[in-house]
Design a protein around this ligand. Structure first.
Ligand code: NAP
Length: 284
């Protein structure tokens, strides 16, 4: 199959690498010429350039640009496409993208690979990044069934765990497990930095080990991406943040009133339930 990738960064390059390993032909388009040269040299794309016209006879195109560039990229791409081409995207938020993209191009299928790391750009790409990770497709009643099935087939071949959800369900669910953790983790780092005593702050930095590494990881990642999640998934992320604030207030209340049994019950319940959120992750 001839596959197009627009935006050869962490996600686009990781997809390109895996598709080439499967024997597909991958044509890449990115913003910077230097990125395109690296993509060809590293074997991520068969050919790569800054020219969207190079995607003219591709069968499926993955838009892997930052969220803000997805719709403008589709608008620029359309004049170059033949009518059979299917477009899908990798954006972390689906509301505002899927409906508009489907209006522009009927064979559009919203998608979101639930995999990544805290780096960005082509240098951050990982071989097999999507293996055993969830990959969500977000069809609507307007989605063309054949287009959906072709994207699903290709995504399944990445060895992902394929899920379907509406764009709205997707955005509410990822607000809980992806966007809220980024804001909580960022607030954690920021709260530590507000320690007024410089000696304590210095000790805290020196004493920090795996617990802090785990809990601060997502809050210390790519700032543009975190900001775009907040901007593009604002309502869902606020809904989760308000509930999180309620839970935090409740825990503070239990500790203030020395209700140790309540604190223990909360932690014990979480210990039991947490694995239900980690089904797609290798055992620790
Ligand atoms: P990234 O590493 O920053 O890669 C995006 C690349 O797109 C940039 O490196 C840039 O490449 C290129 N680009 C930017 N604007 C462009 C434009 N207008 N036209 C063509 N290329 C352009 O970002 P990412 O982490 O791969 O994320 C890409 C998409 O996947 C986003 O929509 C994000 O929401 C989604 N996503 C991210 C993750 C994650 O954990 N990172 C997970 C799942 C989904 P050059 O400037 O180098 O050419």
């Amino acid at each position: 199959m001839k596959i197009g990738i627009v935006g050869i960064g962490l996600i686009g390059a990781s997809l390109g690498w895996d598709f080439r390993q499967m024997g597909h032909q991958v044509i890449g388009v990115s913003r910077q010429q230097r990125t395109c040269e690296i993509a060809e040299r590293e074997g991520i794309c068969d050919r790569a350039s800054c020219d969207l016209a190079s995607l003219r006879d591709t069968e499926i195109i993955f838009i892997c640009t930052p969220i803000a560039a997805i719709i403008p990229t589709i608008e620029l791409l359309i004049p170059h496409l033949n009518p059979d081409t299917i477009i899908t995207d990798a954006g972390s938020v689906k509301g505002g993208i899927v409906d508009r993209a489907t209006e522009l191009w009927s064979s559009f299928v919203g998608g979101h690979p639930m995999a990544g790391n805290s780096e960005s750009g082509i240098a951050a790409f990982e071989r097999g990044l999507f293996h055993h990770r969830p990959y969500v497709l977000t069809p609507t009643p307007e989605t063309v069934p054949v287009a959906l099935e072709r994207v699903a087939e290709l995504v399944r071949s990445l060895n992902c765990i394929l899920h379907y959800a509406t764009p709205e369900q997707h955005d509410l669910a990822v607000a809980w497990i992806s966007h809220l953790p980024i804001m909580v983790s960022a607030s954690l780092i920021s709260a530590c930095l507000h320690e007024a005593d410089p000696v304590i702050l210095d000790f805290a930095k020196k004493f920090a080990s795996t617990g802090f590494q785990d809990t601060s990881r997502v809050g210390g990642g790519n700032p543009e991406m975190g900001m775009m999640m907040a901007e593009y998934n604002r309502d869902a992320i606020l809904r989760s943040l308000y509930q999180y604030r309620d839970r935090l207030d409740s825990t503070i209340g239990s500790i203030e009133s020395k209700e140790w049994a309540k604190v223990k019950d909360l932690l014990a319940m979480n210990q039991v339930i947490r694995p239900e959120f980690l089904n797609s992750i290798d055992p620790e």
